[in-house]
Design a protein around this ligand. Sequence first.
Ligand SMILES: Cc1cc2nc3c(=O)[nH]c(=O)nc-3n(C[C@H](O)[C@H](O)[C@H](O)COP(=O)(O)OP(=O)(O)OC[C@H]3O[C@@H](n4cnc5c(N)ncnc54)[C@H](O)[C@@H]3O)c2cc1C
Length: 389
Amino acid sequence: LKYANFFSLPIRPNPPLSAPGLFYVRGQRVVANWGPNVAWPFDLTADETKLGVEGMWEKYIGAWLEGLGDVTAPGWPSDPRLETLDRMSVAEFLRSRGASEGAVALLRVGFLDLVGDGIDSYSALLMLRRFALRRTESLRFSITGGADRLPRAFATTLAARIRYQSPVVRIEPGETSASVVIGRDGQHQRLTADHIVCTIPFSVLKSIDVSPSFSPQKARAVDQLPYTSSTRVYLQFRRKAWTSERPYVTAVTDLPMKWVFEHTASQPGPRGILEAQATGVDGRRVAQLGESDRVQFALSQLQRIFPGLSGDFERGVSKSWDEDPWARGAFAYFRPGQMLSLLPHIVRPEGRVHFAGEHASPWSAWMEGALESGLRAAREVNEAPPAAR
Ligand SMILES: Cc1cc2nc3c(=O)[nH]c(=O)nc-3n(C[C@H](O)[C@H](O)[C@H](O)COP(=O)(O)OP(=O)(O)OC[C@H]3O[C@@H](n4cnc5c(N)ncnc54)[C@H](O)[C@@H]3O)c2cc1C
């Protein structure tokens, strides 16, 4: 928010979670909120039905957040008692707290399944950290005109300092200075500085030459940190047939396309664009299709949620973050056991090389994480002992 205001970017609050949304689960359309007494097509216990999704989050997850301590504190998680939570997958954690199979199936839809390869694949401690941070939020905002206006505003302000078309091909850490070698027009150039802040995602960094090598612990973290696969397909329709029901669309599904968003709600004109998101295994499956098959597959999924929609379809385009050579995945996550084994080594500087980026922040998978970790790395540089500078 601070930087959105700094650059005078227009923001608007997102609809609250309590607003009714559209769910397409077990082949049925359900218009509901996360509250109590919804007739979900899942085999819930009477108590779980009465609680609703929010009540179940509170019962099975919320009650455990107090014991986590300050998840934003440097060095977290230092309490060895948290190791048990780290060793469990999210699904194992929910079952161990008494959630029925129906509740596990419902809770994974729309939120818990969007990380890694879903609730069997990632650390329960990571899920708990995400919930703990969510509790600190009062309202979420979107930047009108697109979230990319924020990095563009930074890029415009810093234009004279940014070197485009100059990928780092080698990093040379040192105790009194550090260098990077960049490639440009087929030539290599070495740039040396007192300190370097490396914000390259580890999924990309693991293929970059580092000499002398990072410590074994850092090298292991770079090599092993997994990234969530994400493929999104954007479909344009000549009219927004869905607005007869509600002014905008957010649909949560248990189909391979797990979320549907309309990003054109605030734009004038009759046309609308829906975004269909596939993550994890489904994200990789969709990415294996050719471009027109991706679009047709997404359209066939939307057609199930909104029958008759395909008559208004005009064109589509897709993006796979696994295929992006500068990203190699959407955002970092932790498999069971990795919060304790990898997290302490992600942030730790290597000589004069410091680390920032969403993967090096508690707010991972958010722009907030990129900004927070950038400020933390800048403080590290500023606070380095003068004698060592
Ligand atoms: C599909 C998707 C949707 C998202 N939606 C939201 C959202 O709604 N709200 C939100 O807050 N966050 C969202 N995020 C998360 C947000 O985009 C990230 O958390 C944020 O961009 C991370 O910033 P970063 O600087 O760590 O990494 P990146 O944004 O990935 O930046 C890394 C940079 O390093 C560059 N790079 C890579 N390799 C090299 C190299 N060899 N040499 C030089 N440069 C290199 C890349 O080109 C890139 O510019 C979303 C992410 C994805 C993938």
